[in-house]
Design a protein around this ligand. Structure first.
Ligand SMILES: [Zn+2]
Length: 278
């Protein structure tokens, strides 16, 4: 899709991959991968010297490991086959397609990093990346289920009886108790939330449990806290937002992650289709 699709397909793929890049920006593995791709792209069509790269290396992860990985994924040309045929690696292709677009060039670096990292996610030794992977898979399970209940910003509360509005639930409740004492049995049923913009969607907590255990995330609470700091979950008083409905627990997942995951699924389906076509 990145190299065979229409301009619009390419744009979309780049956007998704940039999204993944941004999600894992602070990860030291992702930074090392991006550094190699960035240096390589800057030198293109000259070949970046490995000695030079090694002398500037400031990451804890082994440089050769990163380069071998990028070669094995077909993202950078393989040094072993260099003499044999012109290379068909992804980076050369993209840079040939968009030789003079400066802004797009920066995006390509980010996008290819996103792609490299997305594949790297399956490496069982990267604990943090496993958490991100588990999250993406939990959201994917949610999208397959099709039960898409939105999470809205709550702008206030209104009294269903007289229509008066309040900024907090406590104020609204006390209003109902004191003003409409004789008319209501249950104060909560007389209070309506005033909804603002859509923030995300309610996702079954069991999807997160299931995927976390599947991908070897040991401390579930710590995992949710980490995803909260990454903006994947919607915060509520510095903790994750959970609600119970019909014996099931739901967690509030940020809109951006839902959208990125939707686009990724579309991309995955197109990749699978084009692989079958080959
Ligand atoms: Zn009232």
């Amino acid at each position: 899709m990145l190299v065979n699709g229409s301009k619009e397909d390419v744009e979309q793929a780049v956007r998704v991959l940039e999204g993944i890049n941004d999600l894992v920006e602070e990860n030291p593995h992702a930074q090392a991968i991006r550094y190699v791709i960035d240096r390589w792209a800057h030198e293109y069509p000259k070949v970046v010297s490995l000695d030079e790269l090694a002398s500037e290396w400031r990451f804890t992860i082994n440089m050769d490991k990163v380069i071998e990985y990028l070669e094995s994924e077909g993202i950078l040309p393989s040094r072993a086959s260099e003499a044999a045929a012109p290379s068909f690696d992804l980076m050369s292709k993209l840079l040939q397609m968009f030789p003079s677009q400066k802004e797009f060039y920066t995006r390509i670096v980010k996008a290819v990093t996103g792609l490299a990292v997305a594949r790297y996610l399956t490496d069982p030794h990267n604990r943090r990346l496993r958490m991100i992977y588990a999250t993406l898979q939990a959201i994917s399970a949610h999208l397959s289920e099709g039960d898409r209940e939105p999470v809205h910003e709550i702008k206030g509360y209104s009294c269903k009886i007289c229509g008066k509005t309040f900024s907090s639930f406590t104020e609204a409740k006390s209003h109902v108790q004191h003003e409409h004492d004789f008319e209501v049995e249950d104060e909560e049923s007389a209070i309506e939330e005033i909804l603002g913009r859509k923030l995300g969607e309610w996702v079954r907590l069991s999807f997160f449990c299931e995927k976390a255990s599947l991908y070897g995330v040991s401390d579930f609470h710590k995992y949710l806290r980490y995803m909260l700091t990454k903006g994947a979950l919607i915060p509520q008083e510095e903790d994750v937002m959970i609600k119970r409905r019909g014996g099931e627990e739901y967690i509030a997942v940020d809109e951006a992650w839902i959208r990125v995951r939707e686009r990724m699924r579309m991309l995955e389906r197109q990749l699978i289709r084009s692989r079958r076509a080959v």
